[in-house]
Design a protein. Structure first.
Length: 94
């Protein structure tokens, strides 16, 4: 989503929210009927790394993120939505 803040157009991506990312990845993986090991194999990653991403222990790299999105047929646009008050909080920092 885009929010107009003074002269700035802000696009806020939820990529800063590990728990949200973890929840969505786990949700889509289960919808596809894949085990963590199967997803790991599809994207050439270790099972432990998938587990750590899904429990929000760490962020996936952008490269890994897009591999997961592709492997799970996710719409990466699911990660670009936040309520308007977030834009206001963001703007205060700049």
């Amino acid at each position: 989503m885009r929010y107009k803040i003074e002269k700035w157009t802000v696009i806020i991506m939820i990529f800063d929210d590990k728990k949200y990312i973890a929840k969505k990845i786990k949700e889509y993986r289960k919808k596809k009927g894949l085990a963590q090991a199967e997803l790991a194999e599809k994207i050439d990653l270790g099972t432990k790394q998938i587990s750590r991403i899904e429990i929000a222990e760490f962020y996936p790299s952008l490269n890994t993120f897009f591999k997961i999105v592709e492997a799970l047929d996710m719409d990466w646009k699911n990660f670009i939505q936040k309520p308007p008050q977030t834009a206001a909080k963001f703007a205060k920092n700049y």
